[in-house]
Every structure is written in C-alpha cells, then in structure tokens.
Design a protein around this ligand. Structure first.
Ligand SMILES: [Ca+2]
Length: 497
C-alpha cells in the first residue's frame, strides 16, 4: 500500500481541492465510558445533554451503531485497531493489543487509528482513557493502563480523586463491593466540579489546543513536541458515566429519584441462563429505591460528562479551529440499567451493545446532512476507515481493516449502498456472540447451538427484546439464516489474519 511521495502529494492536493479543507483536517475524538444511548439526541429528555445535542445538529447521528465487545478494554482495542476482537486477540480487559503483535507479523506493523495519523505527520495526543484503564482504581493512581504508547506524540493520564472526592460516597449495591463494579454515588458541591477526572481531562485537552495555537501565533519553535504546524488528532477519554457515579449537585437536580421509572421486566423464563448472569440479585442486591438512585445518578453523571464536551467544543470555536476539525463522539459500549433485570455491561442485549455515535465533519460537502440520523447498521470498527476517508488517506488504508467507511452516510445519511450491513459483537472472552442483521438480533451462548443457549428477537415489533423467538416455528427459517450468518462472520473474524 505504500505510495510514492509524489503520488501521495498529488492525492492529497486532489483531496484538498475536493474536500474544501485548506490542509489536512484535525480530529477531536471523544470517547465516553459506559455510556448507553440515554443522551439527548437519542431520547426525548429535554436539556439532558445540550452540548451533544448541539454537536448532533452539526453532524450525523448513527442510530444503529454497535460495539464489538460490551467491555472497556476489548471494545477500545477493537475500535482503535479497526479489527474485530477475535482478530486482534484482545478478548478481555487484561489483554493488550501490543502483547499479541509480538507473535503475529501481520499485526506487528499495524498502527492504531492514532498511530496511522502519527505516521502521516499528525500531532497525536491522548488525554485520559482511550485504551483500557481501570476506573476508578487506575485513575486514582494516574496509571496509563493498557495504552499503546506508539500511537501518541503526547499522552497524559489524569490522576483524579474518584471515590476520594470531597463528598459522601453512598454505596447503592449492598451485595457488591468490587472497586469499579459496585454502584455508588456522590453528590458534590457545584464549586468542586473542577476537581473531577473529566473536568481535569477537558482542561488538559484545552491546554494542549491553546498551547499549540499560541505557538503558531508566536511563530515559536520552543514547543516542538506539540508539533504546532501539523494537523492534530486529539483523543480525549471521559470516564463518566462509568461508576462511581459522581457529579455536582446541579446535575442531580433534573433527575429526582422518585421520578425514575424502572424498566418493565418481561420474558426472563425464555432466555438462556447465561444471559442472566448480570441479574440484580445475583450481583448487586439493590432494592427498588437503590435501583432508582443508581439510574438517577447515572443520568447526572452523563450530564456532567456532557458539560465537559461543551468545554471542548467551545475551545475549538474560540480558537477558530471548528471549521477544520472533525469531531467524533462515541462510547466504548452501552449499559444496562435494569432491562431484563440486568445491570451494567457484558450482556448482549441492545442496552449493552448499542452505542451513541455522532460525527461532525465541517464543510459544505457535509452540511446537507447536518442534524440528520443515519439508520444504517454500523460498527465501531467502521471508525478507522471513516476517519481515513475524511482526511484523504483512503488510498493508504491498511489492507487488514474489517470495517467500512461511513463517509457516504456523512454526506447523505439516507445513502443506500445496495448492500446490507450487520453488526457483530462478542462477549465473555469470545464464548458468546451476537449478530444484529436488519431488524433481527440473534445471540448464541457457546460455540455450538444447543437446546437452551440461543436468543432471537425481531426489533420490528419487539424493540425491548422481551420475546425470545428461538422456539417459534413461524420464524424457523430466519433462525437458521441468522445461525449461518453468525457462523460465517465468526469464522471470518477468527481466521482473518
Ligand atoms: Ca467502558
């Protein structure tokens, strides 16, 4: 795929002429942690996430976006490498991309998204959690977690107080004390918002942008490390709404506990036992009041995270960078808040596997699609080819990528390519797998189908996934078709390299 320097220059000049960008566009790449689609652009809740709402008005919202693994580490490694978890070998939080590269020559030279842009001369920077980091433990230590150091010119780990913040930490899950797994909340005085991990992350990202801008303005050469003349790829990880659910008091006000409605629980007798591993009484033991408090605190945490997105976007505006910066907002996976009586992540229902995805690309080429929704099924592994396509590097795209470029949908969110797209997700170290195809979701808990390890839902009339149709003779042919599709993509993912 290596192009000669002159051909590359020609392609980039051609790209500049077509795209309207004066130079290679910058990227602000924001990943929220454990965020499901309970944000403004995806719900009817007013004033919940005003900054994400504004971002969606200047971009395209993907309503059918799915993670490849509903757990921090594997999902992030997959997203950043553009490869399915079974392909890159990162199948739990303790795996790291790098540890597999040593043994696999095809992976050893494969850059992450950020690494790719670094190779092209971009200034690439990570602030806080992009690859896996333990929250809250790793954050309290300021540890780098499962980072890919080669991806970055500059990386900054936020050391945040998390559970040691100056407030009263309330445990909401009496049966679960796991540091990072229990539900706990803290209402902070508004004036202490600046102490929080995500506030500190946004501040550091803002400082990077301002320092580079100052260097350009001064013509200074003393900040060589920031490569002020190069375009930037700035990745900012926001750790809320990952537990502990800490937010300033103002963010709790809109979500009174007594107004929280718990999800209706239907059809549990018809699902495989392994699907119910994350049931409340098995893991958390929350009473009804505690469940409601957890949901309210989750919503408050989301709103605080949104405030930090707003600070980042304002900085782009204030520095005159918005017109040449592509903004991506995603989460690493979804989050169950009591649906199917299950909580948190690693489940394979929509709540855990669907993610928010908003891409805001400036320029006339994309304006017609602003504020619209793309309903095509997309995956987090699509981001890698998409960002390359947006910046004129489609020709240099690594051959081994497994996603598709979403650029046509950013120009026209109703674009019909003539192809049907599926979303493939695995969990529990790859021992469970799920496929979203059209309006159908098929999930299998184990290597082979047996009497009681499958689920089949039709979202056309059952979006809540309350009715497992796996034993319904009326949809037998669909079940068989989904089994075949799942097996085909599984084989592809496992044998790709
Ligand atoms: Ca996560």
């Amino acid at each position: 795929m290596k192009k000669s320097a002159s051909l590359r220059t020609f392609l980039l000049l051609l790209f500049s002429a077509i795209s309207g960008y004066a130079q290679q566009p910058n990227f602000l790449f924001i990943i929220s942690d454990d965020l499901n689609t309970q944000i403004g652009p995806y719900t009817n809740i007013e004033n919940h996430t005003p900054n994400l709402n504004q971002l969606a008005k200047r971009g395209v919202k993907f309503s059918e976006a799915y993670c490849q693994f509903p757990l921090c580490g594997p999902s992030r490694a997959s997203m950043m490498s553009g490869l399915y978890p079974e392909t890159n070998g990162t199948l739990n939080n303790n795996d790291q991309l790098g540890s597999y590269r040593v043994d696999n020559p095809q992976l050893s030279d494969h850059p992450t998204i950020a690494g790719f842009f670094r190779e092209q001369g971009y200034f690439t920077s990570r602030v806080s959690k992009i690859f896996h980091m333990g929250v809250p433990g790793g954050i309290e230590q300021g540890a780098a977690g499962g980072d890919e150091p080669d991806s970055w010119d500059y990386a900054y780990n936020v050391m945040g107080p998390e559970t040691l913040s100056q407030g009263k930490l309330e445990l909401l899950s009496p049966k679960n004390l796991h540091y990072g797994g229990n539900f706990s909340k803290m209402v902070l005085p508004d004036s202490l918002d600046f102490t929080q991990t995500d506030y500190l992350a946004a501040s550091q990202a803002i400082a990077i942008l301002e320092s580079r801008a100052a260097s350009v303005a001064e013509g200074a050469k003393n900040k060589v490390k920031l490569k002020p003349d190069a375009p930037f790829f700035l990745a900012v990880g926001l750790v809320r709404p990952h537990v502990p659910l800490i937010a300033p008091e103002r963010n709790f006000v809109p979500y009174p506990t007594q107004e929280v409605t718990l999800p209706e629980i239907v059809g549990l007798n018809d699902v495989p036992p392994r699907a119910l591993t994350r049931q409340n009484n098995k893991v958390w033991g929350m009473n009804e009041q505690q469940q409601k408090e957890t949901i309210a605190a989750y919503m408050a945490s989301v709103q605080f995270m949104d405030e930090q997105v707003g600070r980042l976007l304002s900085t782009l505006d204030n520095l005159g960078l918005r017109e040449n910066t592509i903004v991506v907002f995603v989460s690493d996976h979804g989050y169950n808040l009591g649906e199917h009586d299950c909580w948190s992540k690693v489940s394979l229902w929509e709540g855990s596997v669907r993610v928010p995805m908003i891409i805001s690309a400036p320029g006339k080429r994309f304006q017609a699609s602003y504020g619209t929704t793309c309903e095509t099924t997309v995956e987090l592994i699509d981001l890698y080819p998409t960002l390359l396509g947006l910046s004129g590097y489609a020709e240099q795209q690594p051959d081994i990528l497994q996603g598709k470029s979403l650029v046509p949908w950013l120009e026209n969110s109703s674009y019909q390519s003539g192809e049907k797209y599926d979303a493939y997700t695995v969990s529990y170290g790859g021992t469970a797998a799920s496929l979203k195809s059209g309006t159908w979701r098929y999930t299998r808990w184990g290597d082979q189908a047996n009497q009681d390890n499958e689920e089949l839902y039709n979202h056309a009339d059952d979006p809540q996934e309350h009715h497992n149709l796996v034993n319904d003779p009326a949809v037998r042919s669909m079940l068989e078709a989904m089994r075949e599709k799942l097996e085909a993509i599984r084989q592809k993912a496992q044998n790709h390299l």
